[in-house]
Design a protein. Structure first.
Length: 261
């Protein structure tokens, strides 16, 4: 594996080029251009605020600023995860000519898909910062946790992306299964709601490895608290296992890619 990782590093320039190409193609001939990277998270945030407002009315409790901020800071990471997995799943299929004709580490394709979605996240984060300033969320030293949470999320997305990209070459139904899971996954992930709303039963939601990450973003940005460290450790370990397992799975199937396209 050491030699394979060294080879991947050797082709880092190609990774940058494919990432840039994916970003450029995604918004080519688009009227709104990069504004799409902002629009979709905004729509998710608006939907989340409506859901939280409906919950506040039903529970007869006021909708507070941290509640709104919580929805906002969790919506962007969720949009990143969905975009990363969706584009990674089709990354090998959409680049079948390069996969079959040129030699280089093929894991570059799903990694580039994740990196392109990460670029979208950074673009949308600018709008998020402005929104948080408007609603006067404030800041604290707990913000230093955000890069760690972001790294964990990228590792998780990359691991899953490599798994689904390789599997989709051999089983074309995988892309449909992925779409269904991504569509309904938001109902089983604390994006529009908080884990604390479910009391002791909330721990079952935290078994979703993305849940502690989102809960961590909410804690350190909206509530100025430290993430739940035991559960965050669980997500980090899960992300590392997914990354290593996804890489091994991908490299194991790579010799048969050309025959399956």
């Amino acid at each position: 594996m050491k030699e394979e990782l060294q080879e991947l590093y050797k082709y880092r320039g190609l990774l940058y080029m494919i990432t840039y190409r994916d970003i450029k193609v995604r918004y080519k001939q688009s009227i709104m251009g990069f504004m799409w990277a902002v629009l979709m998270p905004i729509l998710i945030v608006m939907a989340g605020i409506v859901v939280r407002y409906a919950y506040a009315l039903a529970a007869n409790v006021p909708l507070k600023t941290p509640d709104i901020a919580s929805v906002a800071v969790k919506s962007l990471p969720w949009a990143f995860l969905v975009s990363s997995i969706r584009f990674a799943c089709l990354s090998l299929i959409n680049n079948n000519n390069l996969v079959t004709k040129i030699y280089f580490p093929k894991e570059i394709f799903p990694i580039a898909a994740v990196m392109a979605s990460l670029f979208d996240l950074f673009v949308a984060s600018g709008a998020l910062i402005i929104f948080l300033l408007i609603i006067q969320t404030g800041w604290s030293l707990y913000l230093i946790w955000t890069p760690v949470l972001l790294l964990t999320m990228v590792l998780l997305a990359t691991g899953i992306g490599m798994i689904v990209s390789a599997a989709s070459l051999f089983f074309r139904d995988v892309k449909f299964i992925v779409e269904v899971l991504l569509t309904f996954g938001i109902f089983f992930t604390p994006v529009f709601f908080d884990v604390s709303m479910f009391g002791d039963k909330g721990k079952w939601l935290l078994l979703n490895p993305m849940s502690p990450i989102l809960d961590g973003f909410s804690a350190c940005v909206a509530h100025h608290q430290s993430p739940n460290l035991p559960w965050f450790a669980y997500s980090f370990v899960f992300a590392m296992v997914a990354l290593l397992g996804g890489y091994v799975f991908f490299k194991h199937l790579e010799p048969a890619f050309a025959e399956s396209i």
